[in-house]
Design a protein around this ligand. Sequence first.
Ligand code: PLP
Length: 421
Amino acid sequence: MNNDISKKLYEESVNYLPGGVNSPVRAYKPYPFFATKAKDSKLYDVDGNEYIDYCLGYGPIIFGHANDDIVADSIEQLKLGTDYGVPSEKELLLAKEVVKRVPCAEMVRFTNSGTEATMSAIRLARGVTGRKKIIKFEGAYHGAHDAVLVKSGSGAAGQPDSPGVPEEATRNTILVPYNDVDALKATIEDHKDEIACVIVEPVMGNIGCVPPKDGYLQFMREITEENDIILIFDEVITGFRLSYGGAQEYFGITPDLATFGKIVGGGFPIGAIAGPVELMSQFTPSGKIYQAGTFSGNPMSINGGLSAFKVLDKDAYKQLGNTGDYLRSGIADILDRLDFNYQINGVESMTQVYFTDKEVYDYETAQTSDLEGFLKYFHTLLENGVFVAPSQYECAFLSIKHTKEDIDNTLAAIEVALKNL
Ligand code: PLP
């Protein structure tokens, strides 16, 4: 595989962009490939290589790259303007669509990113309860703002907290291991009158893919309710991915607030906070809790979301689940055949293979993985035309455009990559 042009662009980019990229996880060694275009399940690079894409922009592209319906709608919107600075009817329509699908949603505030959504949801929880402390789970990633940048997943996984985050900014963030009922119970008992919210990725997607154990989210719902603590499901990844109504519909647990991003913009930048009127109306201007953004609710992202929801009907989720099962059972067969005792974690269209023989159910167990082995696997997959995110601590995503042929080709590449370890 020839990568000469990517190499040259990267060498020049490091002089102009920190690390040559605009988000850290993209900078794998020796250099990332540079994309020129993407269609359906495929990404294409400057050197003319084609990859079956399981990164999908880190999750949003569930409807497939350059989805024909979304492209057509977006071109029409482009002609109508890209930023109004006043409300438009489509914001109302997208809010109604979110409310229709998501159990906890009665009202929605759109933002420009998942980071903004979780930052504002936490502010709302603190403002409403008058309490300062928040509980987050080890390895959970809720974006790049100070309060949640402690023992964070994704690009920050396994690294110390970032310099520049003052100790004061994280003093009120309490860390708890995921999937551990006793730890959560003890922490809430110790601090119950001080905790504004528990924020959780219902399926952890930033230390690979870690689903909740049976009853864990139910327990979390009960204990937060008993202690008047606001439960926030951070559904930036799981929202409109696990099912039509996200993780809360999938698991049958309704949080107080939910945050979204990625898919909701139909491939354009977006975030959203959703919840009951009683809480959501506390945001400015109807309430006092400040929340704002120049591009919030911008026509391109809102229109993209509306188009995406037309494509993402209930059948789409059935298809995604079946493709996920087919991929996972194919990987399991290969692992069996090659006598590897690695873990396959997954739910619906989210999957990760952990290079460890230990069950992975939280941050600590995820760290038993052989990271160098994973990177070798990643590179062999790449050489064989399959792109997964370049980290053990990310997740492989499926789109509705991934075909049986794509998965069969991917399984063949996985077999080569595992044999090559
Ligand atoms: N929350 C979760 C669960 C995420 O996975 C991410 C990003 O990957 C975020 C929040 C932050 O979203 P954004 O990158 O759009 O700011």
